[in-house]
Design a protein around this ligand. Structure first.
Ligand code: NAD
Length: 437
């Protein structure tokens, strides 16, 4: 049988593309060598958020990992049921793209008019002696099965994974140190967010060392030593029961292509146009495997829908210009659109408006930690260009701002919408009002 579409990889990019294609009446074969749901569902977004929700010093470590597993299983069962209902053929095994339109798996050959690669990414490693020792973990190791119970942890990399795991292990009562190479944690986000999150992490007892150069890792599980140079070049060390390395993720293309298929790659990632076309006709790619992509599950999902629309000759279904990003610290962090610095770098004159959690009734009632909502608007037109939030439920509130920015709303229009009282969402209208003359 020749399928309309073959999809390699069943993560948020791949399974959403499969659903979208099948809903349009196309015949679909989906290859997955591990578990449907990919990194996000099985060892990423969902398990971390379940653990962050339950982690507390008195928490039963085994029980919180069991609940995490039951959440993951329920969601995975739902996705598999939906794919079966839509008559997607799921092939379990490691697929190889032999040529445009031909995929092999476990000795069988499958033909398809178009092939979509959605194989995601794997944790990147860094060239540091001792990086492969037992006792050095990736986020996969800490999320799978019963997790890794440690009373102290050194985290190399203060990006999103680093700060979320720092938050979780600190909530469990562990002694946590973050070693970040850049001059601040969460380097792509607004500087003020990094300062605020650093302050909150330190308040929770987490040591944060920015501009740290990790030199070596030694020891054995339960007794590890990380040596590094601090910002002044002084040699220092951290002792911890375990080490998490969270220094980014790299595209997963190893062994993916047969000798007859040589799409253009950049550092192992697939080079694509905006629609997801690779350099080989009828071969497409979406999600973390794409060179230069923002590595977020919701980006992969959106590209999953858009690539099927493109294959069908239709316009994109989802606007890829506005991509919110979220960090599940306490309080939460969310950002969308331009920061003040980015706008200035692009030569756009902006005004910023800010509202503090200290003046918000709901935040005070809940005793939430200090934070803010900051809006960035075009100085000439008042059009909203960006928003940065550090506050309770920031990761939900950011959707209103994503919509406002994508519809080119002005601060005055946002301020003109009634926000219910008392809610954290009033931070948004309060920040918008400061921008209205
Ligand atoms: P990241 O790119 O967010 O952060 C990696 C950090 O490691 C950077 O701050 C970098 O400066 C630092 N680093 C690199 N080399 C280092 C070294 N030798 N020593 C010390 N620090 C070093 O990557 P990540 O945190 O590993 O996450 C991977 C991807 O997964 C990211 O794209 C992230 O956005 C995504 N993710 C998203 C979420 C979310 O949306 N909430 C959660 C987890 C992961």
């Amino acid at each position: 049988m020749t399928y309309d579409i073959a999809i390699v990889g069943g993560g948020p990019g791949g399974y959403v593309a499969a659903e979208e294609a099948a809903a349009r009446g196309l015949s679909v074969v989906l290859f997955e060598r591990d578990l449907v749901g990919g990194t996000c569902l099985n060892r990423g977004c969902i398990p971390t958020k379940a653990l962050l929700h339950d982690a507390a010093p008195q928490a039963d470590f085994q029980a919180i990992h069991e609940r995490k597993a039951s959440v993951v299983t329920q969601l995975r069962d739902g996705i598999e049921r939906l794919l079966r209902q839509r008559k997607v053929t799921i092939v379990r095994g490691s697929a190889t793209v032999e040529s445009a339109g031909v995929v092999s798996c476990d000795g069988q050959t499958y033909e398809a008019r178009d092939v979509v690669v959605a194989t995601g990414s794997v944790p990147a490693t860094i060239p540091v002696p001792g990086i492969h020792l037992p006792g050095v973990y990736t986020s996969n190791d800490l999320l799978e099965g019963e997790g890794v119970r440690v009373s102290s942890i050194a985290i190399v990399g203060g990006g999103v994974i680093g700060v979320e795991f720092a938050t979780m292990y600190a909530q469990l009562g562990a002694c946590v140190t973050i070693l970040e190479a850049a001059d601040r944690i969460l380097p792509p986000l607004d500087r003020e967010i990094a300062q605020r999150v650093t302050m909150h992490l330190k308040k929770r007892g987490i040591a944060v060392e920015a501009s740290a150069r990790v030199a070596s890792i030694e020891g054995e599980p339960g007794s590890m030593v990380v040596r590094y140079a601090d910002r002044r070049g002084n040699e220092r060390l951290v002792e911890a029961e375990g080490v998490l390395v969270a220094c980014g993720r790299r595209a997963n293309t190893e062994g993916l292509f047969g000798p007859g298929c040589t799409p253009e790659l950049s550092h192992g990632a697939l080079v694509c146009d905006e629609a997801g076309r690779t350099s080989v006709a009828h071969l497409w790619a979406i999600g973390d495997v794409v060179a230069g992509n923002i590595q977020l599950a919701h980006v992969a999902e959106a590209q999953g829908r858009n690539v099927i629309a493109a294959i069908c000759g239709n316009k994109p279904l989802v606007n890829m210009d506005i991509v919110p990003s979220c960090v599940y610290t306490s309080p939460e962090v969310a950002s969308v659109g331009l920061t003040e610095d980015e706008a200035k770098a692009q030569g756009i004159a902006v005004r910023t408006g800010k509202a503090l959690t200290g003046a918000n009734g709901k935040c005070l009632v809940e005793g939430s930690e200090s934070g803010y909502a900051k809006l960035v608007a075009d100085a000439a037109t008042g059009a909203l260009l960006g928003a940065q939030l550090v506050c309770p439920r920031a990761t939900d509130l950011v959707s209103e701002l994503s919509l406002a920015i994508s519809l080119h709303c002005t601060a005055a229009q946002l301020a003109g919408v009634i926000h219910p009282h008392p809610t954290v969402s009033e931070l948004v209208s309060a920040a918008a009002r400061t921008l209205v003359p």
